[in-house]
Design a protein around this ligand. Structure first.
Ligand code: UDP
Length: 233
């Protein structure tokens, strides 16, 4: 686990955003993996996910527990860089530069709402395609994505499914920023609310998510709490 903490991006969010902007300008490929305690805990018993974490991708620290754990092992990570912050930034950038995107994941009504929001708020974005995440044949969607060569591809299927399906096809992509964004489409579409700014500032976003959705408690225990015990040990 230590080796994965050492691979995390260490500079601040704005510097990372500049990297993404340069990638898009120069048609450089990038697969962004937002690393949180759940990713790391799941990788202990999931060989396919472990192989992805062993890969040469762009790992960013999502989640305060990961930031703190990295610092403990001597990797001085500047701050959290969350999937939703990257996703919102990429939309802004795409609108400014007329980049193309493909969105895959979340419930049908969520993705429809998000696409409508993008059409209104970011009219210059070229939406090459989109699909909800409950289709039977996920590979068919990924093949369509690869064929259409979007500048940006966001996949919201949850950890580790989004990372696995991107990893399976990323080699075939000739360009593009690929990122798994978890529950971000739910928030970006306006279906769910993100934690109030104060919670985010105090690093208590996780607490807000549990209060709103108590069913997350078990997941939180199995990922974050066990992760913190492991790091302490
Ligand atoms: N999801 C999906 N297909 C599935 C299972 C989940 O598209 O078969 C979506 C789900 O609707 C949600 C996202 O994947 O939008 C996962 O969200 P979650 O809040 O669990 O992710 P987190 O941000 O906690 O990683």
């Amino acid at each position: 686990m230590k080796e994965y903490l050492k691979k995390l991006y260490t500079k601040d969010k704005n510097t990372y955003f500049k990297l993404l902007s340069n990638d898009l300008k120069n048609n450089h490929k990038r697969f962004i993996i937002t690393v949180n305690p759940e990713t790391l805990m799941l990788s202990e018993n999931d060989k396919e996910l472990k192989k992805i974490l062993d890969g040469n991708y762009s790992f960013v620290p999502d989640g305060i527990a990961v930031v703190k754990a990295a610092r403990k092992v001597g990797t001085n990570v500047a701050e959290r860089i969350t999937g939703i912050d990257i996703a919102e930034y990429l939309l802004k950038l795409a609108n400014e530069n007329k980049y193309s995107i493909y969105l895959f994941g979340a419930k049908a009504e969520v993705i429809e709402k998000l696409v409508n929001r993008i059409k209104v708020e970011y009219p210059n974005i070229n939406i090459l395609g989109y699909s909800n995440g409950y289709v039977k044949d996920r590979d068919k969607i990924m093949k369509d994505i690869i064929k259409k060569t979007p500048d940006i591809c966001m996949v919201a299927l949850g950890i580790p499914y989004q990372e696995k399906i991107i990893a399976k096809y990323f080699d075939k992509a000739s360009k593009g920023i690929y990122i798994g964004v978890g529950g971000s489409f739910d928030v970006m579409s306006g279906t769910k609310k993100r934690a109030p700014k104060l919670f985010i500032k105090l690093n208590l976003e996780w607490l807000y998510r549990i209060i709103i959705e108590p069913s997350r408690l078990k997941r939180f225990w199995n990922s974050n709490v066990k992760f913190m015990f492991k790091i302490k040990r």
